[in-house]
Design a protein around this ligand. Structure first.
Ligand code: G6P
Length: 440
C-alpha cells in the first residue's frame, strides 16, 4: 500500500474530522496510508487546532491506523517531506465571512461567502495568502500536490495557476453532491454513476449522466421526477421546467443569479428576524461541534457535522489522491486550466470540469458546448473572476472596481464603487496590497 505525508492547512477547521474519517476508511480498504498527518493553523487558531488534533488522534487510535498525527503553527516546518497539501483556510475567520455576507445587504445586493461582493472580498483577502503558501511548497516540497478547497476555490486556483509554479487543482463538493443525489434517484450505488460537468466553480452544470457507463441523460432529463432530482441538489423545483428543457442540472449556486430577488428577500428577512446570515448560523453550529470534539469520550464524527454545507468534500480529495498515488484513473469534477475543454472560455482560465485523474494528476475532458441560455452568464462571471485575481495580486483598485462592475449581482457603477470602498475599509487589516490605495 502506498504511504505518504499529508499536510492540512487550516487543520483546525471543524471540517477536518471528515477528512480524517475518509483517510481511515481508505486505509481500511487498502487504497493508501497517510502515514504522517500534520495539521497546520495560525497562532490565533491554536486552541481549535489542538482540539481537532486530539480528536483525530482518538479517531485514528480507535481504528488502529498506524499514522502519526501532529499539529503546528509552523507551516514551513510542516511542509518538509509532504506529498500532498490540502488547503482549507479562511483568512479572517468566520468573523470576516459574516462581514462579507452583511456588507452587500446595505446596497440591496446578496451577501454570500463565495458569490458576489462577499466572494470578491474573500478573494482579495485570500489570494495573497494562498500564493505565499504556494511559494513555500515550491521551495520546500516542490513535487507535492496542493489540493485547494480554500474559497472562493475557482478564483484562488486561477491565481495559483497563473502566479505560481505549484502543482495544484481546485476542489469543491457541489458536483459530487449532485452525483450522490442522482445515484439516489437512480436507485444505484454512487460508484455506478458518473457525470459530465462543465462551467465554473459554484456555476457549473451537469450536462450528461451515465449509469454503468451507459448514457442515461435522456432518462434523467425526461423523467417526470426531474423536479425532485433538482430539489435534492438544492436548486429547488422552481427552475425545473426550464432546466429540463435545456438538459442541464446546475450547481445550487445558480439560485443566487436566476433567483436573486428571492434569495435577497430571504436573507434580508433572516437578518431582520435576528437569525443573521449563514456565517452567524455556522458560528453556532461550530460552537456545538467544538464542544463535542473537546470531549475525550467522543471518538467518532458527530452527526452535527452534517449541518455544514461541505458534505463529501473529503471524498473528492481522497478519490483524486487515490487515483494519483495508485495511478488508477478516475473521473472527478475539478478546477483546472481549461485548455479548451469548456468551449467559449479562454484556454488559460480556470474552469470546473470533469477531469481524468491518474498518476500525472488531473487532465480536463473536452465537453460539449454549454447552451447559449447559460453560457453568457458563465462568461460574464469568468470575466469578473479573472479581473478579481488581477486586483487581488496587484492591489489594483481599477481592476477591483471593474471586477465588481462585471459581476451580475452588482447593478451599476455607483454601487460597485460604494461596495468596493466599504470592502477596502472594513478589510484593511487583511489587505496589505491595497494599503494607501483606498481611493475608488
Ligand atoms: C459548499 C460549498 C463550499 C462552501 C460550503 C458552505 O460545500 O461548496 O464552497 O464553503 O458549502 O457551507 P457552510 O456550512 O459553511 O455554510
Amino acid at each position: 500500500m502506498k504511504e505518504f505525508k499529508l499536510v492540512i492547512i487550516g487543520g483546525g477547521s471543524s471540517y477536518t474530522p471528515e477528512l480524517a474519517g475518509g483517510l481511515i476508511s481508505r486505509w481500511k480498504q487498502g487504497e493508501f496510508l497517510a502515514r504522517e498527518i500534520v495539521l497546520v493553523d495560525i497562532p490565533q487558531g491554536q486552541k481549535r487546532l489542538e482540539t481537532v488534533s486530539a480528536f483525530i488522534q482518538r479517531m485514528v487510535q480507535k481504528a488502529g491506523m498506524p499514522a502519526r498525527i501532529t499539529s503546528t503553527t509552523n507551516r514551513q516546518e510542516a511542509l518538509d517531506g509532504a506529498s500532498f497539501v490540502v488547503s482549507q483556510m479562511r483568512v479572517g475567520g468566520m468573523k470576516a465571512r459574516s462581514m462579507d455576507e452583511h456588507l452587500p445587504l446595505k446596497y440591496g445586493v446578496i451577501g454570500q461567502e463565495t458569490t458576489g461582493p462577499g466572494g470578491f472580498a474573500n478573494a482579495l483577502r485570500t489570494i495573497p495568502v494562498s500564493l505565499e503558501l504556494a511559494q513555500d511548497i515550491v521551495r520546500i516540497c516542490p513535487k507535492a500536490w496542493l489540493l485547494n478547497f480554500t474559497n472562493p476555490s475557482g478564483l484562488v486556483t486561477e491565481a495559483l495557476l497563473r502566479y505560481s509554479d505549484v502543482n495544484t487543482f481546485g476542489l469543491c463538493n457541489v458536483p459530487i453532491g449532485i452525483k450522490m443525489a442522482l445515484a439516489k434517484a437512480l436507485l444505484a450505488s454512487p460508484e455506478r454513476v458518473s457525470i459530465d460537468v462543465s462551467g465554473l466553480n459554484h456555476l457549473s452544470f451537469v450536462t450528461g449522466v451515465y449509469l454503468d457507463g451507459k448514457d442515461v441523460s435522456d432518462q434523467v432529463f425526461g423523467s417526470p421526477l426531474f423536479p425532485l432530482y433538482l430539489d435534492q441538489t438544492g436548486i429547488g423545483k422552481i427552475m425545473a421546467p426550464y432546466l429540463q428543457h435545456l438538459k442541464i442540472i446546475p450547481s445550487s449556486y445558480l439560485q443566487y443569479y436566476w433567483g436573486k430577488n428571492r434569495a435577497l428577500e430571504k436573507e434580508k428577512k433572516d437578518v431582520e428576524a435576528g437569525k443573521g446570515t449563514r456565517a452567524d448560523e455556522v458560528m453556532k453550529i461550530e460552537k456545538e461541534l467544538f464542544e463535542m470534539y473537546a470531549d475525550p469520550r467522543v471518538d467518532e464524527m458527530p452527526p452535527q457535522l452534517k449541518k455544514r454545507g461541505g458534505a463529501y468534500y473529503s471524498d473528492v480529495a481522497l478519490n483524486s489522491i487515490s487515483a494519483m498515488v495508485n495511478d488508477r484513473p478516475v473521473v472527478e469534477a475539478l478546477n483546472v486550466k481549461n485548455k479548451g475543454a469548456v468551449p467559449g472560455i479562454q484556454p488559460d482560465a480556470v474552469v470546473e470540469v470533469s477531469c481524468m485523474v491518474d498518476g500525472r494528476g488531473p487532465s480536463p475532458i473536452a465537453q460539449k458546448p454549454l447552451p447559449p441560455e447559460v453560457l453568457g452568464l458563465v462568461q460574464k462571471v469568468k470575466a469578473y473572476e479573472s479581473l478579481t485575481v488581477e486586483a487581488a495580486v496587484h492591489g489594483d483598485v481599477q481592476k477591483a472596481f471593474f471586477a465588481l462592475l462585471n459581476h451580475p449581482l452588482v447593478p451599476d457603477a455607483d454601487t460597485a464603487a460604494s461596495i468596493l470602498k466599504d470592502i477596502l475599509a472594513e478589510n484593511a487589516e487583511f489587505l496589505p496590497q491595497f494599503k494607501g490605495k483606498t481611493e475608488v
